[in-house]
Design a protein. Structure first.
Length: 135
């Protein structure tokens, strides 16, 4: 249980940092895409900022538990297992959620594609951290 919580919290910190860096990176590389964030569909009240900061820890602790239950099924080297875990999470959770977001919100496919790519990168990094901390 200690490994699940410890690795989950480490991944939560990494997710939070990657989320903030990714947000700034997207605004720098794709300024026109970021104009979509001014749509009323996005609630940017400061009192909800804490929810944005807690989200990476909720996801990472859930993924850490999932990793602990699922790691025995993954075969291969350190890198192979971490990458495969990230891709499985992307296929099972991220892709369907991006599909739902794209079909129900007035945002471009480019925004959804960027979110998917950033989430996939985070998922692979999480898999590698879990593999290292809780093999």
């Amino acid at each position: 249980m200690k490994k699940i919580i410890t690795s989950g919290l480490v991944v939560g910190v990494v997710f939070l940092i990657l989320s903030i860096v990714g947000l700034y990176l997207i605004s720098f590389l794709f300024p026109n895409v970021c104009m979509e964030y001014f749509d009323p569909a996005f609630d940017v009240r400061l009192d909800k900022l804490v929810l944005y900061c807690i989200h990476p820890f909720v996801i990472s602790l859930a993924l850490s538990w999932f990793w602990d239950r699922f790691k025995g099924v993954l075969k291969g080297s350190f890198i192979t297992r971490g990458i495969e875990f990230g891709f499985i999470y992307a296929l099972v959770a991220i892709f369907p959620m991006m599909w739902l977001i794209y079909s129900s919100m007035s945002i471009s496919l480019m925004v959804v594609a960027i979110w998917f790519l950033l989430s996939l990168i985070q998922a692979v990094i999480a898999g590698l951290i879990f593999e290292k901390m809780n093999p």
